[in-house]
Write a protein that binds this ligand. Sequence first.
Ligand SMILES: Cc1ncc(COP(=O)(O)O)c(C=O)c1O
Length: 403
Amino acid sequence: MPYTRRETFLPFTRPMIGQAEIDEMIDSIHSGWITTGPKSARFEEELRAYNGVPHCLAMNSATTAQEITMQLLNLQPGDEVITSSLTWVSTLSTVVLQGGVPVLVDIDPVTLNLDPSKLEAAITPRTVGIIPVHLTGLPCPMDEIWAIAGKHGLWVVEDAAQAMGATYKGTKMGGNPRSVMSVYSFHPNKNMTTGEGGAIAFFKDEFLPRIQRLRFHGIERDAWKRQSKEGSVHIDVAEPARKANFMDLQAALGLHQIKQLDGFNVRRGQLFRRYLELLKDVDEVMLPYAGDDVHGHCFHLFVLRVLPEKMGLTRDEFVTALKEENIGTGIHYRPAHVHSYYQDYYQNAHPHAMPQEGLPHSEWSGERLLSLPLWPGLTEADQDQVVATLKHVIAGAKARIAV
Ligand SMILES: Cc1ncc(COP(=O)(O)O)c(C=O)c1O
């Protein structure tokens, strides 16, 4: 078929908000409980049941959730936490904000996730924990990570921001007590959304009152009960803390989103595999790993790597060319250490917090990666258009090289 340019812009993702979510939000508005209330509590119950964890507390974002995990673990100035650079910067910044030092290890170039064989070399007497990031919704090799953490007495906090619905050996991310806590995100780009939002999953009962307190002004009990019959007259502030409320308006979305999540993820998986099939003969790009029985992908992102050496366009030029053809894409992510703050941090302030040889795989992939449109409502016709456009742009670029 001859190539035709798409008439309207196709974004790289869209949230799937249906009438049930809209009705539930309107119901919240009518009920008078707009902020944290009974629907937030019900949503947390749903999160616990879905992920198979005894405790799960929701808040305003995964970033705040990560901040709270670091505070709860009592990270001290100079404490080192090992993670990967190919992540959203909040994974690092929440460590830095608490006074810790994020120590970077390179990724496995096949999975884009932290390479566990690099961990031991990064451990020093100051190391306290590891934050594996399940990038793109593909679980990290957790057995290897837990074994090394156990051997060295380190905690593991999973950054499962992109991994709601992903499984490791059949267990949902966050559902294994070998990780002390795990964090999810419900940002609109994620596989399910509450507008903004995040949560911490954990097993230890003693964490419950402290996290409740750390997400709400240092006040121990649920503030919303203050205005109900069971509430006492006075509140008590036990420590200074942030305000990171999860609202019933958000829960109104989440209660319906979580019911659809497995269905959403099945559809994402079908589209992911269809991309693999449609692109299998395109030598100018490298296709993503689809996971296996151990690493159960939730297909958050379809990240391919553009090979400029073969197509004659850099990734950024390719993004621009696709945009001109009305195809939106995403970059997840530029490695954290190339952002200006972290360039200075690793080059000057903390040169020991990165391997001497640098992070060649993170940098190689970081310059080439690109997320193609993927969400459950993407049609096969949309997908065919993405693939046709991609091939058209590559053919144009190669024709220019040949001249
Ligand atoms: C790997 C990773 N960690 C953390 C976050 C932060 O999530 P939030 O936007 O809910 O704060 C994101 C969000 O994009 C992410 O992709």
